[in-house]
Design a protein around this ligand. Structure first.
Ligand code: PLP
Length: 396
């Protein structure tokens, strides 16, 4: 009667959504202030003032049809011009014709995979990875193959990539700063990855696309910068979103940038437009496109995430937890003292700490802590983390 695949997706929530829903139920039982929900990447830092000002200005316009009407399928030209212009800081002259506005990174990756897919194609990604990639790629008809990274640092392991890449590889989805590890891939490992992609393209005689999913691009700490991969590898497609750095996850706005350095980029761009059409997106939200035209380049106060990172990381390490030091995004990857992610997840729940087990992210034995919460929430939760560690020590 229904598609068993779609039924499976719709009737079983992702682990993250499951925990997020549990947090609401538990909050109703004991008071939301007593539940420490570190499950979801929903930014708690307000959007910058320019967003509210832009919305107020736009909705005060007399001609509401201009604000709320359909835009061209690929997005308003003015917005695409502004987005394209934002790459000047990387020394690039980008044409608005290679920008396609979307409803966020989830749509950007799904559309890109659907646009590129031909029968038998596979996409690769590095573990740990954003679990929804499996859904996005499967929706396109392809298979997602997972490439391990170096245990402990979770940096790209070039040899592991070389081993897994095959004649069926159409593209590789990378995400740095990474959800869930918080790792920013080093320049050295990115160069090594690109060299392997170049080598394998030649060997197999077809392009291998680098799909760079960058919703956390601006959320980096200690003065770090995320390199612009358009300058590293010609066959690059960027999937961007304003959900995280501009704190607009519910507004659903982002874009795809098809590099003009790709041989036949116009064909790929047309396929992107086709995939957006086939998937029923019509156009990205008109009001939000116009907000982006006014606010591109602004971010919410990223220093809050850095402060949260320092507070949480330093405390957890001092209690005896082993953590991956996050250089970006707003996730911390913490090792389970028992080696079992689910055991730690269940145990933490007893202390009202809601953490996400790592197994679904393609790595065993860790939990993800989303620290995009209020700093006070972390301060209040720290004694519970301490007790959690003590519970392990008492067992020894
Ligand atoms: N990609 C990654 C790595 C993410 O972490 C997320 C959301 O958490 C998405 C894509 C989806 O983001 P959006 O809200 O822009 O669709």
């Amino acid at each position: 009667m229904v598609s068993s695949y779609m039924y499976g997706l719709g009737s079983r929530r992702s682990v993250i959504r499951e925990i997020f829903e549990y947090a609401k139920v538990r909050g109703a039982e004991i008071g939301p202030e007593n539940v420490f929900d570190f499950s979801i990447g929903n930014p708690n830092v307000p959007a910058p003032d320019c967003v509210r000002e832009a919305i107020m200005e736009l909705i005060s316009e007399e001609d509401s049809t201009r604000i709320h009407g359909y835009t061209s399928a690929q997005g308003d030209l003015e917005t695409r011009r502004v987005v394209a212009g934002s790459y000047k800081k990387h020394g690039l002259e980008i044409s608005p014709d290679c920008i396609y506005m979307t409803v966020g990174a989830a749509a950007s990756v799904t559309i890109t995979a659907s646009a590129l897919y031909e029968e038998g194609d596979e996409f690769l990604t590095f573990a740990p990875y954003f679990t929804e990639y499996a859904v996005f790629v499967r929706t396109a008809g392809a298979e997602l193959k997972v490439v391990p990274t170096t245990e402990g640092t979770f940096q790209i392991d070039p040899e592991a990539l070389r081993e897994r890449i095959s004649a069926h590889t159409k593209g590789i989805i990378i995400n740095s700063p990474n959800n869930p590890s918080g790792v920013v891939y080093s320049e050295e490992s990115l160069h090594a990855m690109c060299a392997i992609l170049e080598e394998k393209q030649k060997e197999f005689g077809h392009p291998i696309f680098l799909i760079s999913d960058e919703p956390y691009r601006e959320i980096v700490f200690d003065g770090k910068k995320v390199p612009c991969l358009l300058n590293y590898y010609d066959n690059t497609i960027i999937c961007y979103s304003y959900s995280k750095a501009l704190s607009l996850p519910g507004e659903r706005i982002g874009y795809i940038l098809v590099s003009e350095k790709i041989d036949g980029w116009r064909e790929i761009y047309a396929a992107v437009c086709g995939a957006g059409r086939a998937l029923g997106y019509v156009c990205a939200p008109s009001l939000m496109q116009k907000v982006i035209a006014k606010c591109e380049g602004s971010t919410s106060d990223i220093s809050v995430y850095e402060r949260n990172r320092d507070l949480l990381y330093n405390a957890l390490v001092s209690y005896g937890f082993e953590c991956v030091h996050p250089d970006g995004a707003f996730y911390l990857f913490m090792k389970s003292p028992s080696g079992d992610a689910y055991e730690l997840y269940e145990r933490a729940k007893k202390y009202e700490l809601l953490l996400v087990p790592s197994d679904d992210f393609g790595v065993k034995g860790y939990v993800r802590i989303a620290y995009c919460v209020k700093t006070e929430t972390i301060e209040k939760a720290l004694p519970s983390f301490r007790k959690l560690m003590e519970s392990y020590k008492e067992e020894k």
